[in-house]
Design a protein around this ligand. Structure first.
Ligand code: KG4
Ligand code: ZN
Length: 345
């Protein structure tokens, strides 16, 4: 197979959960186009993602979205130099849709394709912004499925510093939102409600901040919120105040652990990514901590915190440029250890 001119545009496909994302990234030129289709409306009446419905909707939406993205980039399929797709972790059926389309396209065009780790995509998303941070840095990855602190020595050189023992930060937001009667997806709704709440009206524990270590545990917070809500007068004020108390507890916990990870690793840069990275209070608190402690903090733009095709096109392009690609087998990994990735030289 001709691995061709590696600085040609790379098509990126994200389909690991409830968002179909497609983008084109060209090394040296940057992002040429980026399109997203969200399945939120589809899953809303079930209160969460229904995997089979997600797969079917990816099947319906992916090819039109690829055509739309290519047109927006002003490209013909023959202009592509490679294809990148999310190979895991995620929902197996949803992943297979993106993987099959990407592999088929690459095979038809006789160009290389590469399966990207979804969390590496998130981790590298802040590098799509102007003045991108360079490794070494510490990454706080907070999504619906993961809460991790990672030491990044280079692209593909990841060491897990801390992980969640139970719920991920985004999952905690979603479940707590549900307890308070908010619609799916709960994270952004809970954050919006918290804006109206009063700080300190409810104070919840900051899990695992009172002992050393960088792991997280968020499931206990849910119970505290449930009890507070049950014992409240069920007014809108109480609901907003509880939301604020919850958000403050999560944000402070994450901030304590980030400071600790920076101190332990000696890194001077913090990169924040994943859906919860869109949280306004988290961004403000970490920015204030960075100013106080003298480290740099870098975030992706808001729409690249949550799932998107741009981060997959970008991560895939870096790996394709390094000569990495795989045979044409359609293979996905619903579970995939970030530390097992090969380094990009
Ligand atoms: O990264 P992402 O789009 O998908 C996964 O890889 O999981 O993250 C989605 C998660 C959801 O749990 C969602 O509720 C949460 O990110 N989220 C937020 C906010 N926006 C999205 N959580 C708190 N505040 C937000 N503004
Ligand atoms: Zn994600």
């Amino acid at each position: 197979m001709d691995i061709g001119n590696v600085s040609k545009p790379v098509l990126g496909i994200e389909s690991s959960c409830d968002e179909t994302g497609v983008a084109v990234y060209q090394p040296g030129r940057g992002l040429l186009a980026d399109r997203l289709y969200s399945q939120i409306a589809l899953h809303q009446e079930y209160g969460g993602v229904v995997p089979e419905l997600a797969s079917r909707d990816h099947v319906r939406k992916l090819l039109p979205l690829i055509r739309e993205t290519m047109a927006a980039a002003g490209l013909d399929f023959n202009d592509l130099g490679g294809v990148a797709y999310t190979a895991g972790p995620g929902l197996v059926g949803a992943l297979l849709v993106g993987a099959a389309a990407a592999r088929a396209l690459a095979w038809a065009l006789q160009i290389p394709a590469i399966g990207v780790h979804h969390m590496e995509g998130h981790l590298l998303a802040p590098l799509l912004e102007p003045d991108p941070p360079a490794p070494p840095f510490v990454a706080l990855l907070v999504s619906g499925g993961h809460s991790m602190l990672v030491h990044v020595a280079g692209i593909g050189r990841y060491r897990l510093l801390g992980d969640t023992l139970d719920d991920a930060a985004g999952e905690a937001f979603d479940k707590t939102a549900k307890l308070l009667g908010l619609p799916y997806p709960g994270g952004p709704a809970l954050a919006a409600l918290a804006e109206q709440g009063h700080a300190g009206a409810f104070r919840f524990a900051r899990p695992m901040t009172d002992r050393p270590g960088l792991d997280f545990s968020f499931s206990g917070l849910k119970t505290q919120v449930l009890l507070a809500w049950r014992n409240s007068d069920h007014s809108e004020t109480a609901r907003a105040d509880i939301a604020r108390g919850f958000e403050d507890a999560v944000v402070e916990t994450l901030t304590v652990k980030c400071r600790r990870a920076l101190a332990a690793s000696g890194a001077r840069t913090l990169v924040v990514a994943g859906g919860v990275g869109a949280n306004r209070r988290l961004r403000e608190t970490l920015t204030a901590a960075a100013t106080a402690d003298g480290f740099r903090v870098a975030f992706p733009r808001l729409q690249f915190c949550t799932d998107n095709g741009a981060m997959i096109a970008f991560a895939g392009a870096l790996r394709l440029m390094a000569g990495q690609h795989e045979d044409s087998t359609i293979r996905v990994l619903p579970r995939w250890d970030l530390e097992s990735l090969p380094a990009v030289a």
